[in-house]
Structures are given as structure tokens and as C-alpha cells.
Design a protein around this ligand. Structure first.
Ligand code: C2E
Ligand code: MG
Ligand code: MG
Length: 708
């Protein structure tokens, strides 16, 4: 266009020369005339001259105007183009992206300077070469991706967000994104590609960080449940496809809760980190260790040759955790329990594999901590049964299926029944009579213990209100109840509604309640004590709590756990412990009762040691409230309720209330009890219809611990 304008301008030159000669004098007027006249637009003057000179000169004048316009247009276009080029250069230099162009053969014909700034490569070294002649970046070996790019270029398709990795001349690993489109001329001929390139490293790294956080545990840096599940899915599919084995190990730290509760959360965190390290050390590179949450970990073992490989790994892990952990310079003994499921034998999908390994873990924990168990299909059935039991328990309260039995407690000094412990039972419509051991843990896990506990409290108070004399009722409390301030109101209401005097209610708690939320628990216990109810520590000697709590809270009674009584003549330690607890009670002014008295010999020992009270099958099994009430009433109906029933040998400070056997001879403890409980000669044991030992699994002779 500029050219055309120029050519038109050149053609007009002779005509202009002639015209200039003709117009010499008026032009002089314009040039030399007064300023006002000079100020007149030259074009107007020319038109005036045109009128004077006539049509002969019109053509020349018009030609001159055309030339002027053409030259002006050409200059404007040139200027615009220069500006546009400068603008393009500025944009190209300022942009974070670089621009590139290739010819139809794929050779670079243009690379903006930004390319050099980012990659450290001079554009000149690339010009005239194709991408493939330049060579693929070593940092990105995904050949499939490059092959796809080449195909797209060959087929002249647009390139969208093609990303690759590359190490620049400064050695930095960069992530690059390329976009481009094919260029065609007006006739539709392919001219090459034009596009942009940009450094997306920051973007990719931010996304990777977010991805890492979403898939890893912040404390241990191990993969989390989501990532573990993803890897498990891949491994399970591979095991099915290749007919190989993969193992899922669900792992739980034994006694971690104790470390957390007693030494604080910071110490707990250190233990978790160290546990993660130990696990990582034990597995191969290809295996995955993950933290699923809390003290739950998992291992995915791939390419398993045989079951023996899995067992060997489990054993190595268990052994590695036998070494104590150092927490604040003090050793902490933890241990591992492991549940194992195999793909594809036990399941072929990640969810079932995890569920099965979890079931096996549950079994490992309940049978013997510090060991591993392999999944067995029966475990699944057991879980379903448990779920059903949970559902049944929800309905049990409404359907009036729960009941209490009462086991007498006898004061050895007087031989009197001074109290009875309320023990809950469930008349299950299909399973028959169930002991607390089979449903209290479920009630605690589901929160049902709160309504259940409130019902037990009310029912026990109502029953005891009918008993003669000052016989007290003793009610077991779950730790979950004691952590609720509302317990105090519930106790108040139960006493008020039933008319039972506060000092006839005794509440039993276990030592472990005091491990956690101690201040709040002590506050609740204090409020209960202010009401006038008595507080007993149950199963004393089996928990983890410190003797210091005996100083911090004025317990009314210590109940020596039955395992010490059972082992009395088996282990000398048990006798020593019983003696020590009796001494402790005496020193602190706390009454001591021994549980689980099953033989005359045990009873004799406790009497000699000065134990205040006893409870056990030798004296009486738990019995329905009506039966106990009937027997107490029968007896108390004839005698004063406060009268001693049982003057023990050597403790005959209280006169015998009734004749035993005749002849006025002093009755033995056993005879007196038989009478008061309405039993004939022979065994004192009443067949309760179900065995109390079912509620608590038989313990090994040496172990006196109650599973927490
Ligand atoms: P516990 O409070 O220590 O209750 C004593 C348990 O020992 C009772 O078992 C009782 O039947 C049993 N027992 C009594 N004398 C003997 C004996 O001479 N030999 C043997 N081998 N056992 C004896 P039970 O009724 O199965 O209760 C077990 C545990 O369940 C109780 O231990 C208590 O911790 C819990 N429990 C029972 N009733 C309740 C309740 O109403 N609420 C709560 N939260 N827990 C309860
Ligand atoms: Mg108890
Ligand atoms: Mg007990």
C-alpha cells in the first residue's frame, strides 16, 4: 500500500512541475504575503487559483492533492507498522511466555528473547532446527508423550498445554508448558506453527505440594489412608492379573494411649514418628508404609512369594517394637498388633482387604497383644453378629430385656450382709442370658452406656429402697459415665425418686478412670461425695493409676481384685499384695473388701489378715433382686436388721442373732451365711443359670491385669 502510494506520487511529478511554473507568482504571495494570508490553508488558496486559472490547471492541482494524501497515508501506515512492531517487541520482552514460530518443515524461524531468559538457551542456536534435531530434554523421558506430540504436529492439530520437564543451563529443573496453532495462508497452504511457551514450575510445584499434603500424614510424612487405598487398589488388581500375592497389614500400637495419657501429646507425637521410622526401616522400597490415623498404621507388601514371606515380615515388625521407645529419656514399652489380609485370596478390592485386615487386627488385639493374626472368613461372620448385637442392644432397653442381679457383700467382723453389688444382665431373645462382659464394651463404644447406666442406677436404687435395715447397694460405673457432669444430677434424681438414703448408695469406679481428664473426674466424684454417696475403687491393683490418687480423693472403699484372691495360694506375690492393700486401707482409714472369694481357705486367710469385708461365690452368687429381698426380709423380719448375722470365730463381739444348727454352739461363717441366704447343707453356690466367668475371660494364673 505504501509502495502504491509512492508510485502514484511519482507519476504526478511532471504535472506538478508545470503547475508550479504557472503558479509561481500566487505562490510567492502565499509564501511572502502577510502572516494572516499565510495562515490560510494552502489547499483553499489553490482552489482560488484554480478558479482563476481555469480548468486547464485543475488536473494538476488535483494530482498534487492526491500525492499529498497518498504520501500522508503511506507515512501513517509506516508509522503504525513501526509502532505495532515496537509494541510486539515490548510485549514479547515483557511477557512471561515466549513466542515461537516454525516453518512448514517444523524448523524454528523465530524464538523471542524470553526463551533465552528462562531456558538459558540463545534462540539463534535453535533457529533453522526442528524440535527433534534439537533433541528431547533428558529430564523428561516420557517418550510416549513426545510421540503423541509429533503425531499432532504432523497432523497439524493445535497443541494445547503440552507439558514437559527440562533442566535449564543453570541446572534447575523446570516444568514447561507449550501451546501452539498451525498457520495457513489465504490459499490454505500450511506455513508452519506459531505459539507460546511458559515456565509453569511454580504452578506445578504448588500443585504437587497440595497433592502431597492431601495424600500424606503431616506428622510422620507417611502416605495417608487415601494414598494407601490407591496403591492397594493397584496392587490388588495386579495380584489378580498376574496371579500373584499382595499383603495388607493393619497395625496398631499397643499401649500407645497410655503414653499419650500419662506423658502428654508431645511425647505421643514423638513415639508416632519413631514408630513410623521403625516401620519404614523394616520394609522394602517397593512396599508402602502408611499412617491411617491415630496409632493405626498399615503396610502394603507387594510381590509376595508365599505366606511365609508375610509371616516373616510380621515377625520382624513385632520384634522391632519389642525394643522400648525413649520418651523424654525414659523407656516406654509399646508393642505392635498386626492383622493381615491377602489379595486376591481374602478379597480382590481395597475396601474389603482393609476391612478384613482390620478384623484380623481386632482378633490379634483381643487375643494377645504384640502378635499378628491372619484373616479368617469366620471373623467376618463374627463382626456381623456383633453389629446385630449392637442393634439389639439399642432396642433392649425399650423391650425391658435388661435386669440386675445382686451379689451380697459380707462384713467379716460382724458376719452381716452389709451391701450387695448390682450386676447387670441381658435376657436376650435369641442368645439367652448374657453377662455384662458381652455387652458393656459395646454399650461403651456406641454411647449406649449413658442411657443404660442411668437405667441401672435408677433400678438398683429402687430395689435397695425395699431392703430392710441399712443394707447398701453398690453400682458399677463406666468411665464414660464418670466423665459426664450430668451423672451427679442422675444420681440425685435416682435417690430422690426412689427415696433411698444417699449413704445407702455406693458407686464403684475402676482406677483407670483417673488416668484421663483427672481434674474433671475428681470434680464429679467430689460432687457425688457431697451428696453423701460412698465411692469405692473396684478391681484395685489391676489398673495403671498411681497410689497418689488415694491421697487426692477420699475413697470409702478399696475392692481387691479377685485375681489376687484366686492366686492367693499359688503365688506368694498375691498374698503379699493383699496384705499390703489391707495395711494401706488401715493406714488411710479406707475400708477394704476382697472380691472373688471362692474357698473356705481364702476366706480364712482374709479373716486372719483383718480384711473388712468379702464378696464371692463361696459366700453367694449374684441373685435376682426379688430373691435377695425375700431372703433379707425373711431374716430381718425375725430379727433386727442391724443385728449381726455372723459372728466370725474370734470376732464374737456381737451376739449371735439366731441359733445355727442348735446346741447354742457358735456358728461358723459358712453356716451363718447358709442360713441367711436360705441355702441348705452342701454347696453354698447357687447356680445362676449362666457363668459369671463368661463375663470375664479366664485369666492366665500369673496375669492380674484387666484389659484396658
Ligand atoms: P466387677 O464389678 O468386678 O464385678 C464382680 C464380678 O465378679 C461379677 O461378674 C461377679 O459375678 C464376679 N464374681 C463375683 N464373685 C466371684 C467369684 O467368686 N469368682 C468369680 N470367678 N467371679 C466372681 P459379672 O457380673 O460378670 O461382671 C463383670 C464385670 O462387668 C463387673 O466386674 C463390672 O466391671 C462389669 N459390670 C457388671 N455390671 C455392671 C453395670 O451395671 N455397669 C457397669 N458399668 N459395669 C458392670
Ligand atoms: Mg464392681
Ligand atoms: Mg471388681
Amino acid at each position: 500500500m505504501i509502495e502504491r502510494a509512492r508510485r502514484r506520487g511519482q507519476g504526478a511529478i511532471p504535472a506538478i512541475a508545470a503547475l508550479l511554473a504557472l503558479l509561481a507568482w500566487p505562490a510567492a504571495v502565499v509564501a511572502l504575503g502577510p502572516p494572516a494570508l499565510r495562515a490560510v490553508e494552502a489547499e483553499v488558496l489553490l482552489w482560488l487559483l484554480l478558479a482563476l486559472l481555469g480548468p486547464a490547471t485543475a488536473a494538476g492541482v488535483l494530482a498534487r492533492a492526491a500525492l499529498r494524501r497518498s504520501v500522508a497515508t503511506a507515512d501513517a501506515v509506516g508509522e503504525a507498522l513501526r509502532r505495532s512492531e515496537a509494541r510486539f517487541r515490548d510485549f514479547a520482552e515483557a511477557a512471561s511466555d515466549w513466542l515461537w514460530e516454525t516453518d512448514a518443515a517444523g524448523r524454528f524461524t523465530y524464538l523471542s528473547d524470553r526463551h533465552r531468559a528462562v531456558l538459558g538457551v540463545a534462540p539463534e542456536t535453535r533457529l533453522g532446527k526442528t524440535r527433534w534435531e534439537v533433541g528431547l530434554p533428558e529430564a523428561d523421558g516420557d517418550l510416549g508423550k513426545w510421540a503423541r506430540l509429533r503425531r499432532d504436529l504432523d497432523e497439524r492439530r493445535p497443541i494445547r498445554d503440552f507439558r514437559y520437564r527440562l533442566r535449564n543451563t543453570r541446572g534447575e529443573l523446570l516444568h514447561i508448558e507449550i501451546n501452539g496453532k498451525p498457520v495457513f495462508d489465504e490459499a490454505g497452504r500450511f506455513l508452519g506453527y506459531r505459539g507460546t511457551g511458559r515456565d509453569v514450575t511454580a504452578e506445578v510445584e504448588a500443585a504437587e505440594r497440595a497433592q502431597h499434603l492431601a495424600l500424606h500424614d503431616a506428622l510422620t510424612e507417611l502416605p495417608n489412608r487415601i494414598l494407601f487405598r490407591e496403591r492397594l487398589e493397584v496392587a490388588a488388581a495386579a495380584a489378580v492379573r498376574q496371579n500373584s500375592l499382595a499383603a495388607v497389614l493393619c497395625i496398631d500400637l499397643d499401649h500407645f494411649k497410655d503414653v499419650n495419657d500419662t506423658r502428654g501429646h508431645a511425647a505421643g507425637d514423638l513415639v508416632l514418628k519413631e514408630a513410623a521410622d521403625r516401620l519404614r526401616e523394616m520394609v522394602r522400597e517397593a512396599d508402602t508404609v502408611a499412617r491411617l490415623g491415630g496409632d493405626e498404621f498399615a503396610v502394603l507388601q507387594t510381590d509376595v512369594g508365599s505366606l511365609a514371606d508375610v509371616q516373616a515380615l510380621c515377625q520382624r515388625l513385632v520384634d522391632a517394637f519389642r525394643r522400648p521407645f525413649a520418651v523424654d529419656g525414659h523407656p516406654a514399652h509399646l508393642g505392635l498388633s498386626i492383622g493381615v489380609a491377602l489379595a486376591p485370596v481374602d478379597a480382590d478390592n481395597p475396601d474389603d482387604l482393609l476391612r478384613h485386615a482390620d478384623l484380623a487386627l481386632y482378633r490379634a488385639k483381643s487375643e494377645a497383644r504384640g502378635e499378628f493374626r491372619l484373616f479368617e472368613p469366620v471373623m467376618d461372620a463374627q463382626l456381623r453378629a456383633r453389629k446385630q448385637l449392637e442393634q439389639d442392644l439399642r432396642e433392649a432397653l425399650q423391650r425391658d430385656e435388661l435386669m440386675l442381679e445382686y451379689q451380697p457383700q459380707v462384713a467379716l467382723a460382724s458376719g452381716r450382709i452389709v451391701a450387695a453389688e448390682a450386676l447387670v444382665r441381658w435376657r436376650h431373645p435369641r442368645h439367652g442370658l448374657l453377662g455384662p462382659g458381652s455387652f458393656i464394651p459395646i454399650a461403651e463404644q456406641t454411647g449406649l452406656i449413658l442411657p443404660l447406666g442411668a437405667w441401672i442406677l435408677r433400678a438398683a436404687c429402687a430395689e435397695a429402697a425395699r431392703w430392710p435395715g441399712g443394707v447398701r447397694v453398690s453400682v458399677n460405673l463406666s468411665p464414660i459415665q464418670v466423665r459426664q457432669r450430668r451423672l451427679v444430677d442422675e444420681v440425685c434424681e435416682a435417690l430422690h425418686a426412689t427415696g433411698l438414703a444417699a449413704d445407702r448408695l455406693e458407686l464403684e469406679i475402676t482406677e483407670n478412670i483417673l488416668l484421663k481428664d483427672t481434674a474433671q473426674v475428681l470434680e464429679v466424684l467430689g460432687a457425688l461425695k457431697e451428696l453423701g454417696v460412698l465411692i469405692a475403687m473396684d478391681d484395685f491393683g489391676t489398673g495403671y493409676s498411681s497410689l497418689g490418687y488415694l491421697q487426692r480423693f477420699p475413697f470409702d472403699k478399696l475392692k481387691i481384685d479377685r485375681c489376687f484372691v484366686r492366686d492367693l495360694f499359688v503365688s506368694s506375690g498375691s498374698a503379699a499384695i493383699i496384705r499390703a492393700v489391707i495395711g494401706l486401707g488401715r493406714g488411710l482409714g479406707i475400708s477394704v473388701l476382697a472380691e472373688g472369694v471362692e474357698t473356705e481357705a481364702q476366706l480364712g486367710f482374709l479373716e486372719r489378715e483383718g480384711c473388712a469385708a468379702v464378696q464371692g461365690f463361696h459366700l453367694a452368687r449374684p441373685m435376682p433382686g426379688a430373691e435377695l429381698a425375700r431372703r433379707l426380709a425373711q431374716h430381718y423380719g425375725r430379727t433386727d436388721a442391724s443385728t449381726a448375722l455372723l459372728p466370725a470365730p474370734g470376732l464374737a463381739e456381737t451376739p449371735a442373732p439366731f441359733a445355727l444348727g442348735g446346741g447354742g454352739a457358735e456358728p461358723t461363717t459358712e453356716q451363718a451365711l447358709r442360713q441367711v441366704l436360705g441355702l441348705g447343707e452342701g454347696s453354698l453356690w447357687r447356680d445362676a443359670g449362666w457363668s459369671a466367668s463368661r463375663a470375664r475371660a479366664p485369666e492366665p494364673l500369673s496375669a492380674c491385669s484387666r484389659s484396658a
